[in-house]
Design a protein around this ligand. Sequence first.
Ligand SMILES: [Zn+2]
Length: 408
Amino acid sequence: MSNQKAKINNPKSLFLNNVGQLVTANEDEVQCIKNTSVLIENGQVVSIGEGYSNHSIDCGGKMVTSGFVDSHTHPVYYNKRDEEYAMRLAGASYEEIAEKGGGIISSVEGVRHASKEVLIEKVSDRMDRFITFGTTTIEAKSGYGLDTESELKSLDVIETVNQTHVIDMVPTFMGGHAFPIEYEDDHEAYIDLICDEMIPAVSDQGIAVFNDVFCEKGYFSVEQSRKILEVGTKHGLKSRLHADEFVDSGAAKLAGEVAAFSADHLMAVSEAGIANLAENNIVATLLPGTTFFLGKTSYAPARKLIDAGISVALATDFNPGSSHIQSMPFIITLACMHMGMTVEEAYQSATYNGAKALGLEGEIGSIDVGKKADLILWDLDSLLDIPYHVSNHSIQKVIKNGEVVFGA
Ligand SMILES: [Zn+2]
């Protein structure tokens, strides 16, 4: 594929006509505009329902939506972990596999030994595939290096791919992903390394926007997570966290205390945790692909969260162990079938609320005049067709910054 920002030489303006249904979400609702058109100039939507350009696409009466915003992924890894998948198929749990040296830790050696060039190639290939599924902006975490040099390298890889690939990437530092083997018996020393060395170095490097911690039993405690996030804040990094995935550890409450942009996973969140997220206006990012890929049935309580007035985002949690899933359309299917979300809610969660989880809802996540022209032309008629055609690849074209980057 030639998904290189520099290589694209598309027209400055583009007119999408004969749009059967234009679907866009904002904070409060999902709007479906019938029989319309979209005019794009210099990468932005400039008008809806009128306009003209020498460069036009006949959408054939099909649906156009926003590009997806995947607000939680771990794409910087070297080796696949299909042997763990085989172990799970044979009955082992994620926790059992981690105890045997699998899980996050088994990706660390690969990242530490891989050259930056090799990782760039791998991450870039992964981004090619994300684009084909309609993802136009993606959050990307480090966190498989777990030493200062390898974490900086991982962030550098994200930045390099972001500069050259058509997709937009939002970099997150995640030194607090797991305890590396060399600190197995001295967790506090690793917390010190993150706080005293890694975070200042990440801040100096100037790439990462967010700081994320796996706040979970067996990983980072609430107190350790709080320390890492507070030190990050002092160094200009915004907070987000992996919260209450396997057990209720009080992480949702911590999200409120550190003013996190998002609390993610929440399969085991308590009533008090839900109340806290609502009170502090924190986005709840749900990752049903992880529940599905781990062969579990305890999906996050999306209905309770939505009914409490919380903005729910959906993301893939793409990673080599617990969610080897890149398709946001498939995540929408899971949300509708297993979490009681309506297709409109799932769509809003995969676009506008994903942008909100990254603090980018003013620029992306909806089809509005002045926002980035990140769009998907589907071979489908309506939103309901997305989960209904679960196994089809129903995307005709993906438009990023006003340029056709897939299905040209
Ligand atoms: Zn994650």
